[in-house]
Design a protein around this ligand. Structure first.
Ligand code: SAH
Length: 214
């Protein structure tokens, strides 16, 4: 356990701070959330490596730096209602749950959602709701959201996500080709939509009505 905690601190220093992540809240969340709880049993020793890892069902837990930069781009202050599309392992969800008021997280693969829910509950996160479904349609019952984060790659920005973004809110989403995308930040100010590209990235495909076909 102590070894894992020291690997976690090293991850924050060498992978996040060294690459420019500086939001104190984001860094504190990464020092706290036990990433090794979210990887499959045989991979715990690799949990703090500088890479994505398989989590079953052909899906991955994203690289720590990618989770950090996406979270930092959301500029969370603690009072937000957030929508995450792509629960996956639940690790990004735990980081968000540390930093916002209420998180809604959608996953299309039922067993992944259930597994993530079990881990987050065990770790005492009680401000998260788990939805199984197609996140390209967002989740209208609880819209609008102050922040929306999509953790799978999409050929276009799904229109329902723009509709469900609150005034003044930000949406962070990888947009592009099936195997290479650009992290994109969409903001809504006085009803106007602004789209700004950030860094290149590689995510598993977002599969759904406004995403890729399976
Ligand atoms: N945030 C996750 C990353 C998981 S990878 C983590 O921290 O581990 C992306 C996830 O998006 C996969 O689990 C995949 O099944 C899911 N996904 C793909 N298309 C989706 C869709 N339309 N709606 C919801 N989830 C989707």
């Amino acid at each position: 356990m102590e070894k894992l905690a020291s690997l976690r601190d090293q991850m924050v220093d060498t992978q996040l701070i060294a690459r420019g992540i500086s939001d104190p809240g984001v860094l504190a969340a990464f020092r706290k959330v036990p990433r090794h709880e979210f990887v499959p049993p045989g991979l715990q020793d690799s949990a703090y490596d500088d890479s994505a890892l398989p989590i079953g069902e052909d899906q991955t837990i994203s690289q720590p730096y990618m989770v950090a930069i996406m979270t930092e781009l959301l500029k969370l202050k603690g009072s937000e209602k957030v929508l995450e599309v792509g629960t996956g392992s639940g690790y990004q969800a735990a980081i968000l749950a540390e930093l916002c008021r209420k998180l809604y997280t959608i996953e299309r693969i039922g067993p992944l959602s259930k597994r993530a829910e079990g881990i987050l509950k065990k770790l005492n996160y009680h401000n998260v709701e788990y939805i199984i479904g197609d996140g390209t349609e967002g989740f209208s019952p609880s819209a609008p959201y102050d922040s929306i984060i999509v953790t799978a790659g999409c050929p276009q920005i799904p229109p329902p996500l723009i509709d469900q973004l609150a005034e003044g809110g930000s949406l962070v989403i990888p947009v592009g080709e099936r195997f290479y995308q650009t992290l994109t930040v969409v903001t809504k100010e006085k009803g106007k939509i602004k789209i700004e590209p950030s860094i290149g990235c590689v995510f598993v495909p977002l599969v759904g009505k406004y995403g890729w076909r399976d």
